[in-house]
Design a protein around this ligand. Structure first.
Ligand code: ZN
Length: 430
């Protein structure tokens, strides 16, 4: 049994800017925090760290939410960090939330699986009746053209989303009973689906969230386009821009209209590395003076691999190559669970034999996401990303190698978060 002293704060409100920082093997907490503290020191940007880890990751790595809490607390203590920070029970539902409750103070209520399941007919009828005043022309302040919302669209949206939000309410109340109202941050996530939610859908979803009395501070819709793990955005940037801007304005209006928390902000389950849309999002949140939660995926582990590749230590370099070799042999097993968030062209993957001959530098350059670098290979990068299961099987061999090369690995982690993510999002020239 683990006991924690998780500070009880009433009316816990997450700061305007926050970064979700996943860390598969719980070894880079200090480096991650360092990157965010560097943003505060050099750019004057306060970005709240949120250590997120999903149930799936815990199962694959054989870790527990308590480990994430210990990592976060240790990093905060070691760096004498005085700001706010959170531990996120990422993508949880009623079936697995219990083991997260003690250690977490941020909960991502994932109801994507319930989208499309119909609520009780009486609930649907009542919701539609309550919202008829928004049918016809829905004018959102700040958006020039009103949205067309015929009654049958209102009914379709209600049938599609009401049940999912009711489920979010159940999970929320379950957590609230244990932790107490206001003692944690709640996010509602619907991002792990194929179909994007429109700004109009978002409006009614937010109303349903308010009706369930979920004081959501962050909301994670699915946006248009592909958000593959660890690589750039693939989709229509103009359409994304329009959707993102309209979502910001819809949230603004919904907060006032339905009485949601004033700091409610978008949570972008970015999958990390969405370099081509970071400037778009950055500009729009500055234009409307909005906050953002940028959830990065567990790509910190890729920086570990890059650091090991650069270590000049043959054994560490061989370990990276061995992990790749095993990953390519177990392609279907590793990629299966991530099918909706990766796009790997097998023909673009170098063979294990070829990689064996590479220098550490070539290995690092192939993996590191520098757009336009002649060695960068997004297929290789995505396969390694889902290959963390292989590294987990190496267990102490892997983590001892990380510890041996702590410094160079840490440098990669900091450079990645600070230079490639924060600077791009906040429009700092690099
Ligand atoms: Zn997500």
């Amino acid at each position: 049994m683990n006991y924690f002293y998780v500070k009880k704060i009433k009316n816990m409100q997450i700061g305007k800017y926050s970064f979700g920082i996943g860390d598969r093997f719980a070894h880079q907490g200090e480096a991650q925090l360092n990157a965010l503290m560097k943003a505060s020191e050099t750019l004057g940007l306060e970005i709240v760290p949120v250590w997120n880890k999903s149930n799936r990751e815990h199962i694959i790595v054989h870790s527990t939410p308590a480990d994430t809490r210990s990592e976060a607390d240790a990093a905060v203590k070691a760096l004498r960090y005085k700001g706010q920070y959170f531990v996120d029970a990422d993508h949880i539902n009623l079936s697995n939330v219990d083991k997260f409750i003690d250690a977490s103070d941020f909960f991502t209520l994932d109801v994507a699986d319930y989208i499309g399941k119909k609520a009780a007919q009486a609930d649907i009828d009542a919701f539609v009746a309550d919202h008829l005043k928004y049918a016809g022309k829905l004018q959102i302040p700040g958006i020039a053209e009103p949205f067309d919302v015929p009654k049958d669209l209102l009914i379709r949206i209600t049938e599609k989303f009401l049940y999912a939000v009711q489920e979010a309410g159940k999970i929320y109340r379950h957590i609230e009973k244990v932790k107490g109202a206001g003692c944690f941050v709640a996010e509602v996530s619907m991002d792990e689906v194929n179909e994007a939610q429109s700004p109009v859908e978002m409006f009614f979803i937010l109303s349903a969230i308010a009706a369930e009395k979920i004081p959501a501070q962050t909301i994670a819709p699915k946006f248009t386009g592909r958000f593959n793990k660890g690589v750039d955005y693939a989709g229509n940037i103009a359409q994304f821009t329009r959707e993102f801007e309209q979502d910001l304005l819809v949230i603004d209006f919904a907060v006032k209209e339905f009485g949601l928390p004033a700091n409610l902000k978008l949570s972008i389950h970015s999958g990390s590395d969405k370099f081509s849309i970071y400037p778009v999002m950055g500009e729009l949140i500055r234009k409307y003076d909005k906050g953002i939660h940028m959830k990065t995926a567990g790509t910190t582990w890729l920086e570990e691999m890059i650091g090991l590749a650069m270590s000049n230590d043959e054994e560490a370099i061989d370990l990276v190559k061995a992990i790749y070799s095993s990953a390519i042999g177990r392609f279907d097993e590793l990629c299966g669970p991530y099918a909706t968030v990766i796009d790997i062209n097998k023909n673009r993957l170098p063979s294990a034999k070829e990689v064996e001959r590479w220098t550490g530098e070539k290995l690092a350059n192939t993996l590191r996401h520098i757009p336009g670098h002649p060695n960068y290979n997004p297929h290789f990068r995505q396969l390694i990303h889902v290959g963390y299961k292989v590294a987990a099987e190496y267990g102490a061999v892997y983590t001892a190698t990380l510890e041996m090369h702590k410094e160079i690995v840490g440098q990669q982690v900091i450079e990645n978060i600070y230079d490639r993510h924060i600077k791009r999002l906040f429009g700092i020239d690099h």
